[in-house]
Write a protein that binds this ligand. Structure first.
Ligand code: G6P
Ligand code: MG
Length: 215
Protein backbone atom coordinates (compact mmCIF):
# COMPACT_ATOMS: atom_id res chain seq x y z
CA UNK A 1 0.00 0.00 0.00
CA UNK A 2 0.99 3.61 -0.49
CA UNK A 3 1.37 5.84 2.54
CA UNK A 4 1.76 9.31 1.08
CA UNK A 5 0.38 11.44 -1.71
CA UNK A 6 2.35 14.34 -3.15
CA UNK A 7 0.37 16.89 -5.10
CA UNK A 8 1.38 19.49 -7.61
CA UNK A 9 -0.76 22.60 -7.10
CA UNK A 10 -1.35 24.55 -10.32
CA UNK A 11 -3.67 22.56 -12.57
CA UNK A 12 -4.15 19.73 -10.05
CA UNK A 13 -5.82 21.19 -6.97
CA UNK A 14 -7.02 24.40 -8.61
CA UNK A 15 -7.13 25.78 -12.11
CA UNK A 16 -4.35 28.35 -11.71
CA UNK A 17 -2.67 26.89 -14.81
CA UNK A 18 -5.05 29.11 -16.80
CA UNK A 19 -3.92 32.17 -14.81
CA UNK A 20 -0.27 31.42 -15.53
CA UNK A 21 -1.23 31.14 -19.19
CA UNK A 22 -3.23 34.40 -19.14
CA UNK A 23 -0.43 36.28 -17.37
CA UNK A 24 2.21 35.12 -19.88
CA UNK A 25 -0.17 35.87 -22.74
CA UNK A 26 -0.70 39.43 -21.50
CA UNK A 27 3.03 39.99 -21.13
CA UNK A 28 3.73 38.55 -24.58
CA UNK A 29 1.12 40.77 -26.20
CA UNK A 30 2.70 43.81 -24.57
CA UNK A 31 6.19 43.03 -25.79
CA UNK A 32 5.12 41.68 -29.18
CA UNK A 33 6.07 38.05 -28.55
CA UNK A 34 4.34 35.04 -30.03
CA UNK A 35 2.73 32.76 -27.44
CA UNK A 36 0.25 29.91 -27.78
CA UNK A 37 -1.08 26.78 -26.05
CA UNK A 38 1.72 24.64 -27.46
CA UNK A 39 4.44 26.82 -25.99
CA UNK A 40 2.40 27.04 -22.79
CA UNK A 41 2.36 23.25 -22.42
CA UNK A 42 6.16 23.35 -22.15
CA UNK A 43 5.95 25.89 -19.31
CA UNK A 44 3.74 23.82 -17.02
CA UNK A 45 5.68 22.87 -13.91
CA UNK A 46 8.63 25.03 -15.00
CA UNK A 47 9.89 27.92 -12.85
CA UNK A 48 9.21 31.58 -13.68
CA UNK A 49 12.58 32.60 -15.12
CA UNK A 50 13.06 29.34 -16.98
CA UNK A 51 9.59 29.80 -18.47
CA UNK A 52 10.49 33.29 -19.65
CA UNK A 53 13.69 31.93 -21.20
CA UNK A 54 11.67 29.36 -23.15
CA UNK A 55 9.32 32.06 -24.46
CA UNK A 56 12.20 34.35 -25.48
CA UNK A 57 13.99 31.44 -27.16
CA UNK A 58 10.89 30.50 -29.15
CA UNK A 59 10.80 34.11 -30.37
CA UNK A 60 14.56 34.36 -31.03
CA UNK A 61 14.84 37.27 -28.63
CA UNK A 62 17.91 37.98 -26.55
CA UNK A 63 17.83 40.50 -23.70
CA UNK A 64 19.87 41.40 -20.64
CA UNK A 65 19.43 39.75 -17.25
CA UNK A 66 17.94 43.00 -15.90
CA UNK A 67 15.46 43.03 -18.76
CA UNK A 68 14.51 39.46 -18.02
CA UNK A 69 14.03 40.19 -14.33
CA UNK A 70 11.78 43.12 -15.23
CA UNK A 71 9.61 40.94 -17.49
CA UNK A 72 9.43 38.05 -15.01
CA UNK A 73 8.38 40.46 -12.25
CA UNK A 74 5.76 41.95 -14.51
CA UNK A 75 4.30 38.54 -15.32
CA UNK A 76 4.20 37.79 -11.62
CA UNK A 77 2.36 41.04 -10.95
CA UNK A 78 -0.36 40.01 -13.41
CA UNK A 79 -0.48 36.53 -11.90
CA UNK A 80 -0.76 37.86 -8.34
CA UNK A 81 -3.61 40.12 -9.38
CA UNK A 82 -5.46 37.06 -10.74
CA UNK A 83 -4.90 34.82 -7.72
CA UNK A 84 -6.00 37.55 -5.30
CA UNK A 85 -9.58 36.64 -6.15
CA UNK A 86 -9.26 32.90 -5.44
CA UNK A 87 -11.66 31.43 -2.85
CA UNK A 88 -12.33 27.87 -1.58
CA UNK A 89 -14.89 27.66 -4.41
CA UNK A 90 -11.93 27.43 -6.80
CA UNK A 91 -10.87 23.99 -5.55
CA UNK A 92 -11.14 21.58 -8.47
CA UNK A 93 -13.88 18.92 -8.29
CA UNK A 94 -13.13 15.95 -6.05
CA UNK A 95 -10.31 17.57 -4.07
CA UNK A 96 -12.22 18.13 -0.80
CA UNK A 97 -13.70 14.64 -0.79
CA UNK A 98 -10.36 13.02 -1.60
CA UNK A 99 -8.61 14.91 1.21
CA UNK A 100 -11.28 13.86 3.67
CA UNK A 101 -10.90 10.19 2.69
CA UNK A 102 -7.10 10.40 2.85
CA UNK A 103 -7.35 11.87 6.35
CA UNK A 104 -9.63 9.03 7.46
CA UNK A 105 -7.15 6.51 6.05
CA UNK A 106 -4.14 8.23 7.63
CA UNK A 107 -2.50 8.90 4.27
CA UNK A 108 -0.11 11.83 4.52
CA UNK A 109 -0.16 14.66 2.00
CA UNK A 110 2.45 17.06 0.66
CA UNK A 111 2.60 19.82 -1.94
CA UNK A 112 5.42 19.86 -4.51
CA UNK A 113 4.91 23.03 -6.56
CA UNK A 114 7.54 25.08 -8.37
CA UNK A 115 5.48 28.21 -7.70
CA UNK A 116 6.69 30.84 -5.27
CA UNK A 117 3.03 31.78 -4.94
CA UNK A 118 2.01 28.30 -3.78
CA UNK A 119 1.41 29.17 -0.11
CA UNK A 120 -0.72 32.20 -1.00
CA UNK A 121 -2.87 30.04 -3.28
CA UNK A 122 -3.16 27.24 -0.68
CA UNK A 123 -4.20 29.78 1.94
CA UNK A 124 -6.79 31.37 -0.31
CA UNK A 125 -8.18 27.92 -1.14
CA UNK A 126 -8.43 27.22 2.60
CA UNK A 127 -6.50 23.93 2.39
CA UNK A 128 -3.05 24.81 3.67
CA UNK A 129 -3.59 22.98 6.99
CA UNK A 130 -4.40 19.71 5.23
CA UNK A 131 -0.75 19.18 4.35
CA UNK A 132 1.88 17.61 6.59
CA UNK A 133 4.59 19.06 4.34
CA UNK A 134 4.94 21.79 1.72
CA UNK A 135 8.16 21.91 -0.29
CA UNK A 136 10.06 25.19 0.05
CA UNK A 137 10.84 25.96 -3.61
CA UNK A 138 13.75 28.18 -2.65
CA UNK A 139 15.59 25.10 -1.40
CA UNK A 140 15.21 23.16 -4.63
CA UNK A 141 18.19 23.45 -6.95
CA UNK A 142 16.88 21.51 -9.91
CA UNK A 143 13.35 22.08 -11.17
CA UNK A 144 11.02 19.48 -12.73
CA UNK A 145 11.66 17.19 -14.67
CA UNK A 146 14.44 16.61 -12.13
CA UNK A 147 13.06 14.42 -9.33
CA UNK A 148 14.52 16.64 -6.57
CA UNK A 149 11.27 18.35 -5.56
CA UNK A 150 9.39 15.04 -5.21
CA UNK A 151 12.27 13.40 -3.34
CA UNK A 152 12.31 16.40 -1.00
CA UNK A 153 8.57 15.98 -0.40
CA UNK A 154 8.95 12.27 0.34
CA UNK A 155 11.73 13.05 2.81
CA UNK A 156 9.60 15.78 4.38
CA UNK A 157 6.77 13.32 4.90
CA UNK A 158 9.16 10.67 6.17
CA UNK A 159 7.86 8.15 3.63
CA UNK A 160 10.11 6.39 1.08
CA UNK A 161 9.47 7.32 -2.58
CA UNK A 162 8.29 3.79 -3.40
CA UNK A 163 5.41 4.30 -0.99
CA UNK A 164 4.36 7.64 -2.48
CA UNK A 165 1.96 8.58 -5.24
CA UNK A 166 2.65 11.81 -7.12
CA UNK A 167 -0.09 13.78 -8.88
CA UNK A 168 0.74 16.16 -11.75
CA UNK A 169 -0.79 17.94 -14.73
CA UNK A 170 2.51 18.62 -16.52
CA UNK A 171 4.81 16.49 -18.64
CA UNK A 172 7.84 17.73 -16.73
CA UNK A 173 6.12 16.85 -13.45
CA UNK A 174 5.20 13.30 -14.48
CA UNK A 175 8.78 12.74 -15.57
CA UNK A 176 10.00 14.01 -12.20
CA UNK A 177 7.63 11.68 -10.31
CA UNK A 178 8.74 8.65 -12.34
CA UNK A 179 12.43 9.50 -11.88
CA UNK A 180 11.78 9.74 -8.15
CA UNK A 181 10.53 6.14 -8.27
CA UNK A 182 6.92 6.93 -7.39
CA UNK A 183 3.57 6.00 -8.85
CA UNK A 184 2.42 8.82 -11.17
CA UNK A 185 -1.15 10.00 -11.61
CA UNK A 186 -1.58 12.48 -14.47
CA UNK A 187 -4.41 15.00 -14.48
CA UNK A 188 -5.30 15.96 -18.04
CA UNK A 189 -5.03 14.29 -21.43
CA UNK A 190 -3.45 10.84 -21.94
CA UNK A 191 -1.64 11.93 -25.13
CA UNK A 192 0.35 14.64 -23.34
CA UNK A 193 0.77 12.70 -20.09
CA UNK A 194 1.60 9.33 -21.63
CA UNK A 195 4.43 8.70 -19.16
CA UNK A 196 2.01 8.55 -16.22
CA UNK A 197 0.90 5.25 -14.69
CA UNK A 198 -2.69 6.47 -14.77
CA UNK A 199 -4.29 9.53 -16.36
CA UNK A 200 -7.50 11.02 -14.99
CA UNK A 201 -9.45 14.10 -16.07
CA UNK A 202 -9.63 15.30 -12.46
CA UNK A 203 -9.60 13.94 -8.90
CA UNK A 204 -13.34 13.17 -8.85
CA UNK A 205 -13.03 9.38 -9.00
CA UNK A 206 -12.08 9.01 -5.34
CA UNK A 207 -12.83 5.27 -5.26
CA UNK A 208 -10.41 4.61 -8.11
CA UNK A 209 -7.65 6.60 -6.40
CA UNK A 210 -8.24 4.83 -3.07
CA UNK A 211 -8.12 1.45 -4.83
CA UNK A 212 -4.61 2.30 -6.07
CA UNK A 213 -3.54 3.51 -2.64
CA UNK A 214 -4.81 0.43 -0.85
CA UNK A 215 -4.85 -2.47 -3.29
C1 G6P B 1 4.15 26.06 -11.46
C2 G6P B 1 3.42 26.32 -12.75
C3 G6P B 1 4.30 27.04 -13.74
C4 G6P B 1 4.93 28.27 -13.09
C5 G6P B 1 5.72 27.86 -11.86
C6 G6P B 1 6.34 29.05 -11.15
O1 G6P B 1 5.05 25.03 -11.67
O2 G6P B 1 2.96 25.11 -13.33
O3 G6P B 1 3.51 27.41 -14.85
O4 G6P B 1 5.77 28.93 -14.00
O5 G6P B 1 4.85 27.20 -10.98
O6 G6P B 1 5.32 29.82 -10.59
P1 G6P B 1 5.53 31.24 -9.93
O7 G6P B 1 4.21 31.49 -9.23
O8 G6P B 1 6.65 31.13 -8.96
O9 G6P B 1 5.79 32.19 -11.02
MG1 MG C 1 0.88 21.96 -12.50
Amino acid sequence: RYEGMIFDLDGVLTDTARFHYAAWKRLCEEIGCYFDEIINEKLKGIGRMESLNIILNENDIEISDEGKQFLADRKNLYYKEMISKITPMDLLPGVSELFQRLNELGVKKAVASASRNACTVLERLGIIDYFQYIVDTDRIKNGKPDPEIFLNASKGLGIPPKKCIGVEDSQAGIEAIKKAGMYAIGIGKPDTLYKADLVLRDLRDTDRIISILLP
